[in-house]
Design a protein around this ligand. Sequence first.
Ligand SMILES: Nc1ncnc2c1ncn2[C@@H]1O[C@H](COP(=O)(O)OP(=O)(O)O)[C@@H](O)[C@H]1O
Ligand SMILES: [Mg+2]
Length: 267
Amino acid sequence: MIRAAVPADGDDPVLVVDRLRKEFPAQSRGGSASVAVDDVSFTLERGGSLAVVGESGSGKTTTARVVAGLERATSGTVTVTSGGRPVVRPVQMVFQDPFASLDPRQRIGSGLTELLRVRCGLGRAAALERTAGLLAEVGLDEQHASRLPRELSGGQRQRVAIARALALRPEILILDEAVAALDVSVQAQVLNLLRGIRERSSVAFLFVSHDLAVVRQVTDHCLVMRHGRVVEQGRTADVLDHPQNPYTQELLDAVPGPGWKPRRRSV
Ligand SMILES: Nc1ncnc2c1ncn2[C@@H]1O[C@H](COP(=O)(O)OP(=O)(O)O)[C@@H](O)[C@H]1O
Ligand SMILES: [Mg+2]
């Protein structure tokens, strides 16, 4: 499903998704297959950032999982074009819950060093040096390196998950609701970190989120999904400021704007 391709003149896509469809088999005998992703096409530029937004169940995660190679498409193609630098895994994914991807008994630093040795083939000295570099890149230090996952805060654990993803030098980092479980202030710090990583490297972001305020902060382009289909796509500012599709407007109306105050409900 993931093929190599020659980039077209003028632009430099790192990812081209063409007419992607994903059906899941019927849950019960005689039931019909469910279509999670239906005829989805989009392009992500090298070093670019594309948000995939939509309400729960709209097919965002399934699209991301197919792009990451974790799920097989029913039809359509996913094409990742390498930029010519050494890549261990071209697509890496960071999930909402970093616990799931961390060994609870392994200290953060040694887990990262092991990943670099086993997956990237680095020798011990090089792996240790790169471990320190990656931790620094995500705003952590030796003090965090010696801890177990449960001894870190949620924001720190998500930084570790980002460091582990970057260790494999991906072309594309998929973040699936990666800041959704963090409090607003920690969320802002992790979003700043992601902005910095994008500025310093050529990694492209596929940023899956139901949160339009977050999407506005970190992405240049945006794709709106509903019932597995793309209803609108364009520059994030254009889509969010001048939505063309009534569904996008509905999503925007559901977001509390500036000046919004929680109203006390009478019971
Ligand atoms: N492994 C699966 N088996 C069956 N149905 C699934 C599976 N994964 C997702 N779905 C269905 O596909 C649709 C899209 O889900 P998902 O991609 O998780 O949406 P989102 O991330 O936008 O919330 C939903 O109806 C969901 O129930
Ligand atoms: Mg999801």
